[in-house]
Design a protein around this ligand. Sequence first.
Ligand code: CTP
Length: 400
Amino acid sequence: MLANKRILLIIGGGIAAYKSLELIRRLQDQGAEVVPVLTKAGEEFVTPLSVSALAGQAVHRDLFDLTAEAEMGHIQLSRSADLLVVAPATADLMAKMANGHANDLASTLLLATDTPVLLAPAMNVRMWQHPATQRNLATLLADGVACVGPDEGGMACGEFGPGRLAEPEAIVAAITAKLSDGPLKGRRIVVTSGPTHEPIDPVRYIANRSSGAQGTALARALRDLGAEVVFITGPASVAPPEGVEVVPVETAQQMADAVFAALPADAGVFAAAVADWRVTSASDRKLKKSKDGLPVMEFAENPDILKTVAHLDEGRPGLVVGFAAETNDVVDNATAKRLRKGCDWIVANDVSPATGIMGGSENAVILISDAGAESWPRMDKTAVARQLAERIAAALTDKG
Ligand code: CTP
């Protein structure tokens, strides 16, 4: 996926620097050439020898290196790549970048470049949360620098919170998304996924059996074709894809708000199993058993996100795709649903328990459009996602 791409990888000084070695491998597996740069602090964590051995070329370390300058000046070095990746991006490197310092090779390359830059920050949680770092991050984002991570979790220093370097897989996905020449490059696609939870009281909720697997696979497939994906997900049981903008929500109302905040988009794909009703009598205290009998719940209808988006006069995505989970008369019900909802396509599937589709790894879908109903053979949800993503790409290309 990254064939013929050259990535200048700047390895900053942090304990997470060891993960940059795996990152080099993974980038090479995708066909990329990795030109490594190691900061002085980085050398304290990984050796120049291991970096250059893995990268298969000399590692750049010094600003004032006569041999390196004679072979390729640092200005040229900073511009010869398709992307500059800083992993780990330390608090210090981010501060230098945000303030335009150029007092070592890494900061000079970052200042001299006209190539896109991707940061993978990693630092202690307090350092990450410090207003100075957050200020620097805001400056860098405003300057057009992209960022992947940091992740949240236990850290080498024993503390817990955001600050861990994103996993190499996530960094590769972010790089691929930035460099992809796929047919969806430059297209923004909103995807909803997973179930929604409608609270009854602070500890109980109404949910459904959706795992989020199909929506997640679809977001990944769209990303792989180069789309900028906004992935709005209810509490799913599968992890969201890397390299997409993840917006976690809980209720249908929150999902609706997130979708409208994410528009405009070239396409909207509504794979979520949205709860049709919410409990209007939801209690802010845990309901107790009582002598007075069973609790009585009142319901109200949730906003129909797909239908509302499909009927927008202004700002309707060029392609609106819904899903139909049916247990009987699948084609008839889904065909009627497409017209009722006003969407361009409906991806229908039979979710009756015997099929094992809801919560399972396979899907057998029928694509319903203006052209009629097209049955696809039963296949892995990833394969369904890929095929659907390709159809979406073709439809958007046709629309121009
Ligand atoms: N959908 C939505 N908002 C809702 C309900 C559903 O966006 N409040 C979307 C789903 O994401 C899916 C499509 O509508 O793309 C159909 O969902 P489904 O549950 O099959 O249909 P319902 O609208 O709930 O209709 P019914 O209950 O009559 O089958």
